[in-house]
Write a protein that binds this ligand. Structure first.
Ligand SMILES: O=C1O[C@H](COP(=O)(O)O)[C@@H](O)[C@H](O)[C@H]1O
Length: 238
């Protein structure tokens, strides 16, 4: 677990953006294209705004970046809660990212959730290795309950080993979500987390305990992860 602590929100976003640009540039250099799985929620908005700003937008050839999603809410693309909708407003439209480079989990119009999961699984299978898809970078947030993507504590998707995309019932939110599964996060070339705020501090402490079974803790024990966190999220011993 590689942790980079920033004192101020702008520094946090800048540090994560530099990491993302460097990983994507390296992937384009090595393989001609890069594949990223984006996160939703509130935290990445300012990261997306920063990446699309005139100062950074031309640092990489976004025409060679394919943007997928790590999870999605069970809402149409135009809904305010849609992870795709947020990325579209804050990253894709400002960058002028070609539609062919955008891979939303929910189609327009929205289909049945199981069918959407099957469609996304098939989309990944178009370029996956036999053992599964290998993303160059998977960007995540961490919820106050230690979830990432839509892998929430105690939910069935946590133990999924066969499928790469599932519909995950989330009883604590009285909803269902689409999410990529652990095998995909385990195989990615790079996995990073952008986490900010004092409300995330208890979870950030908890996931570093050796006996924690929170979803983020499970991933951290299985593979290297890069964490971009602010001072408010860390404790004084960090
Ligand atoms: O529900 C979600 O939450 C996580 C964490 O979001 P944050 O705004 O608290 O950082 C996010 O990564 C995920 O994509 C989203 O659907």
């Amino acid at each position: 677990m590689n942790i980079q602590i920033s004192e101020r929100p702008e520094q946090l976003v800048a540090a994560c953006a530099e990491h993302l640009i460097s990983v994507l540039a390296e992937s384009i250099e090595a393989r001609g294209r890069a594949r990223i799985a984006l996160a939703g929620g509130s935290t990445p908005k300012s990261l997306y705004d920063h990446l699309a700003s005139p100062a950074l937008a031309n640092r990489i050839d976004w025409g060679r970046v394919d943007c997928y999603f790590g999870d999605e809410r069970a809402v149409p693309q135009g809904h305010p809660d849609s992870n795709f909708g947020m990325a579209q407003r804050h990253l894709f439209v400002p960058l002028g990212l070609p539609r062919d480079n955008q891979f939303p989990m929910i189609s327009a119009p929205m289909g049945d959730l199981d069918a959407e999961a099957d469609r996304y699984q098939a989309l990944l299978a178009e370029w996956a290795e036999p053992e599964g898809p290998v993303f160059d970078l998977m960007l995540n947030g961490m919820g106050t309950d230690g979830h990432f993507a839509s892998l929430f504590p105690g939910t069935p998707a946590l133990t999924e080993r066969d499928r790469w995309v599932v519909v995950n019932p989330v009883p604590q939110l009285s909803t269902q979500r689409l999410t990529l599964t652990f095998p995909v996060f385990e195989r990615a070339r790079h996995v990073c987390f952008l986490t900010a705020g004092a409300d995330k501090r208890p979870a950030f402490q908890a996931i570093r305990q050796p006996d924690s079974d929170l979803p983020c803790a499970q991933l951290v024990r299985r593979r290297p992860t890069d964490w971009f966190v602010d001072r408010a999220c860390t404790d004084t011993s960090d």
